[in-house]
Write a protein that binds this ligand. Structure first.
Ligand code: ATP
Ligand code: MG
Length: 304
């Protein structure tokens, strides 16, 4: 299983559009996909046409009450499930202030999940608060959507340092695996220059063993496409709203790249299963846990 947090503290760079349409594309290709909406704005839930009823629970209840994640998962389309968000989630930050282990609540809840999925995808809010932190401690990968304009690099090194801190202290499995260029204006000089700058930035920052040591960018560029902007107001993924649009084509192509990356892991899992490795029974690796300092770093780095 790959669990992927879609993160950028900048607003409006294409996180939700990517979380929803990548999830839908992976599901369309036959994978079992679970999208978890971590943003109080609930844009991913709305984009998929999920109507929140009063009696429904959301991620808020998972983080603040003893509610299991399995109880807050709704089928949306064949192969696609959603855990919705709710505006209440905005209060979670304050409500959890002072709660011991508040960074790893979701991680604990995920450990109780009985069902297996091919992909779990977290749509994160545009900030580095407790909600994003919970996604980062639960996921094993980060996808970083970037909009190629001249401020794309602004704040990136702090974001990388924050992800690294979480990886070192709270989630040793975490890696920043991929950059996704969204709202790409093909043919413009600026877009291509920004891509070059980002590639250079990663080369400059690369250090052995860093959490982004193997980060790359997907070949697929998500082009600016009006159908992608229209689909949310119809409560449909791009594949239902406009299956032949450039937007649908781009997200299918992105999903194909993501699946291509999963092949070695799937083979490994199959081999592991066939040979029954004894490693499975070893205790999990231990690591330093300093919740207070991590949380402070998050607040400090919050570049909203
Ligand atoms: N490739 C695209 N072409 C055209 N419009 C797009 C594209 N990707 C996203 N949009 C639109 O741009 C706006 C911002 O996108 P989106 O909501 O995905 O960003 P976000 O990073 O999730 O924002 P937030 O930080 O508020 O959560 C939305 O109106 C969306 O429909
Ligand atoms: Mg969003």
């Amino acid at each position: 299983m790959r669990s992927i947090a879609i993160i950028n503290q900048k607003g409006g760079v294409g996180k939700t559009t990517t979380a929803v349409n990548l999830s839908a594309a992976l599901a369309e290709a036959g994978n079992k996909v679970w999208l978890i909406d971590m943003d109080p704005q609930a844009h991913a839930s709305l984009h998929l046409g999920f109507a929140m009823e009063e009696e429904y629970l959301s991620v808020y209840d998972v983080l603040t009450a003893e509610v299991k994640l399995d109880e807050v998962r709704h089928p949306i389309e064949p192969n696609l499930w959603l855990t919705p968000s709710h505006i209440d989630l905005a209060a979670a930050e304050m409500e959890l202030a002072g709660a011991v282990g508040r960074e790893i609540i979701l991680q604990d809840r995920m450990a109780e999940v009985a069902e297996d999925f091919d992909y779990v995808i977290f749509d994160c809010p545009p900030s580095l608060g407790i909600l994003t932190l919970n996604a980062l401690t639960t996921a094993n990968e980060v996808f970083l959507p970037l909009q190629p304009h001249f401020l794309a690099l602004h704040g990136l090194s702090k974001l990388l340092r924050t992800i690294e801190l979480v990886g070192k202290r709270l989630n040793p499995e975490l890696t920043l695996s991929n950059v996704i260029y969204c709202m790409f204006d093909t043919g413009t000089r600026l877009a291509n220059e920004v891509v070059d700058d980002v590639e250079m930035f990663f080369v400059d920052q690369r250090e052995a063993n860093s959490i982004w040591a193997n980060a790359g960018s997907f070949d697929t560029r998500i082009r600016r496409n009006i159908r992608l902007a229209e689909a949310p107001s119809h409560g449909e993924s791009i594949f239902r709203y406009s299956p032949d649009s450039n937007g649908a084509q781009d997200y299918r192509s992105l999903a194909a790249e993501v699946m291509q990356q999963s092949l070695p892991e799937m083979e490994e899992e199959l081999g592991h299963y066939q040979h029954e490795s004894a490693d499975e029974f070893l205790p999990a690796q231990s690591f330093d846990y300093h919740p207070q300092s991590i949380h402070e770093a998050f607040i400090e780095n919050d570049l909203r």
